[in-house]
Design a protein around this ligand. Structure first.
Ligand SMILES: O=C(O)CCC(=O)C(=O)O
Length: 262
């Protein structure tokens, strides 16, 4: 199967073309084995008190885990996020640490967004509002390892996924099981239909998802930023977390562009 692989860092015209065509791309081996190990340990700590039998997600892990905080502005991915939005005014709207338990079944097909107000009500094509960077913390270099499964180009489809596919009575021949080693990052558009693939191994699968949005989209993993984190983190991360100069004025002059070049 084709893999939509791009180089880390600088956002290129080819990156743009691939993303526009498929709605996602993969940056292989962004994290070193040491970074993967630190993020995996952090993720296991976050999930220590959580149920282990079903897929599950924990938000805002970056506030308590320095290894996960470092991924907020990772230099391999951040130029892609800024380039895809065509703007530097972006916030981390949420971040989710997901676990798929050993032997877990595949997830349900969905597009990202909000059940409170479906993004498709905004028009077609569904706009980019939640750009996701997903760091794989366990190996997914072959199918059957809880990989992400995507329908390439589906962010532009005018018609919904048929119920027969959503309910599993029919398979979609277009489905693409994304294969990449631990430490790789998958960058994808909120409107791409996706699900987690089955996980046929005897260990839990962890992935760390970072979701970047325009600054006026409400946070979904927190009500407000953690004060200790905001006091200790870097100016750039503070900006990306949404350091509003006037918190009640998020649509106008209340947001400062994060200091990317300092
Ligand atoms: O990491 C996973 O299991 C998939 C998460 C996912 O599809 C989502 O949060 O929208």
């Amino acid at each position: 199967m084709l893999e939509p692989v791009v180089k880390p860092g600088e956002f290129t015209e080819l990156d743009r073309f691939m993303f526009e065509s498929w709605g996602y791309f993969v940056i292989p081996n962004v994290l070193s084995p040491e970074e993967v190990a630190a993020c995996l340990e952090a993720s296991q700590r976050l999930h220590a008190d959580q149920p282990k039998k079903v897929s599950h997600q924990v938000g805002e892990g970056y506030a308590s885990e320095p290894a996960l905080e470092r991924l907020i502005d990772h230099p391999a991915a951040m130029p892609k996020v800024r380039g895809l939005y065509g703007s530097d005014n972006i916030i981390l709207q949420s971040a989710w640490c997901t676990v798929q338990p050993a032997g877990g079944k595949h997830g349900g097909w969905h597009q990202d967004g909000s059940s409170a107000f479906d993004f498709k009500l905004l028009g077609h094509p569904i706009p980019l509002l939640q750009l996701r960077v997903s760091y794989l913390l366990t190996d997914q270099s072959e199918p059957g390892k809880g990989n992400m499964e995507m329908i390439p180009g589906s962010h532009r489809s005018r018609v919904p996924m048929p119920d027969s596919v959503r309910k599993g009575t029919e398979d979609c021949p277009l489905r693409h099981v994304v294969c990449a080693p631990a430490g790789s990052a998958l960058v994808f558009h909120n409107a791409v239909w996706h699900r987690s693939h089955e996980h046929n191994h005897d260990y839990d699968r962890y992935t760390m998802h970072y979701i970047y949005s325009p600054p006026w989209l409400r946070y979904s993993d927190r009500f407000e930023n953690d004060t200790e984190l905001m006091n200790r983190t870097t100016p750039l991360r503070r900006g990306i977390l949404g350091d509003f100069a006037k918190p009640d004025s998020t649509y106008a002059g209340g947001y400062r562009t994060p200091p990317y070049e300092e």
